[in-house]
Design a protein around this ligand. Structure first.
Ligand code: NAD
Length: 512
């Protein structure tokens, strides 16, 4: 189904970095293009920072650190309260900027900003979250306590698919913990993170505490090797994440790298098929499949389950409402860039060559008035097998694979043996299977009749295996641990009385 009208877009301004509370023009002479993928045209340019520009921003963050880390947590929390209100007030314009560069529907963009705001709300509780532990009298006159202090200058390197939410997984928690922050957002859709940084200033954040530089590998390498950067958070693809983890660790930084995924949804014969089909459509094709928690494989247990599932999915996939972000009826927009469109389409071609059954073919989809847009129709493969590359590799597009197995045990092994382990879901009415799945499946997040089990902000988000490098998940308690160092104090307080001091006031004990 095609919906939407032609938009009139023209090439616009060149973006900037944001350092020390000001917009800073790029000086490297290198620029990248930002597309509006709905029309397939470049709408603005973005400067790519070089090592000197990154270094200047890191120095600013390092200089802001002593003042900010000494600011009481309750005062830091006040900035987060203000920031939350400002983002809520401006959610429409942030969502439009996000959708224009990413392509996802405005409703979807607003939803993702809302999920980011949940982390800001979590960070508002930082005085409570930073409370340490104390033991009195570990020996005579000796007490022992643990406190958590900021790590220092933290950097965040983020992907294109959630340009508001993923930065908001990082900087609110890091800054609330007393760190200063350098964000290197995706160069494909950086307008929205730049807007958020300016809103943090409006919320009362001192200059230099949150800085944004835009760039590619050169900027990332400069961050990873800079001696004044103490911790790096990364979200993106596995190949890049592994490199960032290894390079950052080699240069003495604390690193967490959340990476690629291939999320499976197991469908048991007793599952509610209507619920399953709704879930697979939303989780497989929402945001054109460009979500790290998207369902990309449905594992049907038993051939009757598989036949019924494919029969019900086929018309729903073929009838997906595809349109530009400006169309409020669209369920799914274009892919992020023409390059990504070509990559996803070539995976569909590959699946056909590998022998999978392409039961819904969206390759020829074209949207009237948006012929140059990066719109790919929904694709559905049946009879996909574990040896196929379309099963093994992350496609990151509106392509769902159905794998058929004949037992629950085979379904769990399939999920657990995959190299990625971000999320997995099971649809069943049987508590026994659900419990077994929770205990034995090898992924970091599990859904029971919930297709995209993204944790709420006060729990932590992260995967297993090659979906995460490092020891800490993001946001929730793990986020606070990542952005703080523990210090344990053992203190003896010899009293003046023990030392024989004389007091001029009457002590209670003098009455005895
Ligand atoms: P990407 O890895 O291409 O880019 C992520 C970041 O790394 C960007 O800021 C980019 O500029 C930088 N980068 C790219 N190539 C680099 C290189 N060679 N050296 C150094 N830095 C480099 O990822 P993407 O295409 O922007 O995002 C999609 C990927 O992100 C998918 O794999 C998706 O699964 C993953 N993702 C994971 C999660 C998660 O929580 N696990 C969440 C969102 C997205």
């Amino acid at each position: 189904m095609q919906i939407g009208n032609v938009m009139d877009m023209q090439v616009k301004e060149t973006l900037y970095h944001y350092v020390n509370g000001k917009r800073v023009e790029g000086r490297s002479g290198r620029y990248g293009d930002i597309y509006n993928p709905a029309i397939g045209a470049v709408v603005r340019q973005v400067p790519y920072a070089n090592a000197q520009e990154v270094s200047a921003a890191v120095d600013v963050a390092a200089e802001a650190l002593p003042g900010w880390s000494a600011t009481p947590p309750a005062a830091r929390a006040q900035v987060m309260f203000e920031f939350r209100d400002i983002v809520k007030k401006n959610i429409d314009s942030i969502a439009m900027a996000l959708s224009e560069e990413h392509g996802k529907t405005v409703e979807d963009a607003k939803g993702s900003i809302g999920r980011g705001l949940e982390v800001v709300e979590f960070a508002c509780g930082i005085p409570q979250l930073l409370k340490g532990e104390m033991s009195e009298r570990v020996a005579k006159n000796v007490e022992s306590y643990s406190i958590r202090q900021p790590v220092g200058v933290c950097a965040g390197i983020t992907p294109f698919n959630f340009p508001a939410m993923v930065p908001m997984w990082m900087f609110p928690v890091a800054i609330a913990c007393g760190n200063t922050f350098l964000l290197k957002p995706s160069e494909k859709d950086p307008s929205c993170p730049l807007m958020l940084a300016e809103m943090m200033k409006e919320a009362g954040l001192p200059d230099g505490v949150l800085n944004v530089v835009i760039g590619d590998k050169e900027a990332v390498d400069s961050i990873l090797m800079h001696p004044r950067v103490d911790a790096v958070s990364f979200v993106g693809s596995t190949a890049v994440g592994e490199y960032i983890y290894q390079t950052g660790c080699k240069h003495g930084k604390r690193v967490q790298a959340l990476c690629g995924a291939k999320n499976h949804m197991v469908v048991m014969p007793d599952a509610d098929m209507k619920q399953v089909v709704d879930a697979a459509i939303g989780a497989g094709y929402g945001s054109a499949g460009e979500r790290c928690m998207a369902i990309s494989v449905v594992v049907a247990v038993g051939s009757d389950t598989a036949d019924e599932l494919v029969e019900q999915l086929k018309p729903r996939v073929a009838d997906l409402k595809i349109g530009p972000y400006t169309n409020s009826e669209a369920e799914m927009g274009p892919l992020v860039t023409p390059d990504h469109y070509s990559k996803v389409k070539s995976y569909v071609n590959l699946g056909v060559e590998e022998g999978a059954d392409l039961v819904v073919d969206g390759r020829d989809f074209s949207l009237e008035g948006y012929e140059d847009g990066a719109f790919l129709g929904g694709c559905l493969f049946d009879n996909v097998t574990p040896e196929m590359r379309i099963y093994k590799e992350e496609i990151f597009g509106p392509v769902l694979s159905v794998v058929r197995v004949d037992s629950y045990d085979k379904a769990v092994s399939l999920v657990s043996d995959h190299e990625y382990g971000n999320g997995a879901a099971i649809f069943t009415r049987d508590g026994g299977f659900a419990q077994d799945f929770i205990s034995n499946v090898r992924t970091g997040m599990v859904g029971i009749n919930v297709p995209i089990p993204v944790p709420v902000a006060y729990h932590s988000f992260g995967g297993w295996k090659r979906s995460l490098f490092g020891d800490h998940y993001m946001h929730g308690p793990e986020g606070v641990r990542f952005y703080t160092r523990m210090k344990t104090v053992t203190a003896r307080w010899p009293t003046a009385i023990d030392a024989g001091a004389k007091f001029h006031f009457k002590r209670g004990s003098d009455d005895n």
